[in-house]
Ligand binder design. Structure first.
Ligand code: TXA
Ligand code: MG
Length: 305
């Protein structure tokens, strides 16, 4: 199907992607259409080998090579100057292209059997929670695409960390599955781009994103519970539960306080609560370190929706 220019849901270790031939303008236009995604929001290109990178980009800074050695395959995306083989529509006119090497074995094998890279944004309608199982993709895009490759639940659960180079300085454009601390261990201090709400340089930085339909309120859960007394409430907490709320309305991200486990459970938890009849979802931020940063970023933007 991919060879015919059609679109397929694919598993990655971060979230499910909506994939098409990255060299095929029509397939790429289809991705924007199916996702209802604005054409100013560029896509990520997926390849399976580091050698493949040099065929798609003009230059690779030394720090990018170090990061690639440390974290590829894995949840890292590099933003580098594109070669002409990359269609303009894919990068939304930018001279930069975002590239990553997913580690999911099924998608690794898929890529190794294709003669072209795969353009794939997360397989959700624009602005909604990213899918972490094939079922999630089916529920939202099932009637619009011919096939979903089921690779089980995504291990990491949040999107890749995007690193680019602004005036040569390594810069994180989106917090994600590789912690900033881990990146800094390899290349030293990096800049982190704040969000923007209009004309974003990386639209993954839009202030409101990843939003469930039910409003999310962030803060101290005990005080929020008092404030929202009388409402049908759902709770997303890091490691403690709340006896006044029925268990089936609570998503405990990680009882043992593990950031990776919390990231793995975040989107499926948000989606689960969004499927209940609730007035409001109350959530608390995690400690602002390690993957807690990426998780908090998603929670903040979900609550801004
Ligand atoms: O983990 C992931 O990265 C997942 C899986 C499927 O690989 N993909 C993903 O794609 O999260 P998507 O489309 O939801 O987010 C891609 C983001 C864009 O919103 C934008 O912020 C950034 O990547 N991006 C892509 N190309 C860019 C470019 N040329 N310049 C700036 N930002 C870019
Ligand atoms: Mg997305």
């Amino acid at each position: 199907m991919l060879r015919e220019g059609r679109l397929v849901g694919i598993p990655t270790e971060t979230v499910y992607g909506l994939a098409g031939n990255a060299f095929d303008d029509k397939a790429i236009a289809g991705i924007f259409q199916v996702k209802n995604r604005p054409f100013f929001d560029p896509l990520i290109v997926h390849i399976n080998t580091f050698e493949g990178l040099s065929q798609l980009v003009r230059s690779i800074p030394r720090e990018a090579i170090l990061l690639a050695e440390a974290f590829m395959p894995g949840p890292l995306t590099l933003l580098l100057p594109k070669k002409d083989v990359i269609p303009e529509i894919l990068t939304a006119g930018s001279f930069l292209v975002a590239i990553r090497i997913p580690s999911h074995p099924m998608t690794q094998e898929l890529l190794s059997r294709l003669s072209f890279p795969l353009a794939a944004p997360s397989a959700n309608p624009f602005g909604y929670i990213s899918p972490t199982t094939a079922k999630h993709v089916e529920q939202q895009l099932g009637d619009k695409i011919p096939y979903i490759l089921d690779g089980g639940a995504c291990k990491v659960g949040v999107e890749s960390t995007i690193v680019g180079f602004e005036k040569g300085k390594p810069t994180v454009f989106r917090k994600g599955g590789i912690a900033i601390e881990a990146i800094e261990e390899v290349i030293g201090p990096v800049r982190v781009r704040p969000h923007s709400s209009s004309r974003p340089d990386a639209p993954g930085m839009l202030k409101s994103h990843y939003s469930p339909k039910i409003p999310i309120k962030l803060g101290n859960i005990e005080s929020l519970l008092k404030k929202h007394h009388g409402n049908a409430i759902g709770v997303i907490s890091f490691k403690s539960s709340f006896p006044s709320i029925p268990e089936e309305r609570q998503v405990l991200l990680s009882r043992k306080g593990d950031f990776a486990e919390a990231a793995h459970n975040l989107f499926s938890g948000m989606r689960y609560l969004d499927g209940l009849k609730l007035d409001v979802i109350l959530a608390e931020l995690l400690p602002e370190r390690d993957l807690g940063k990426a998780i908090n970023d998603r929670l903040r933007r979900a609550s801004a929706g």
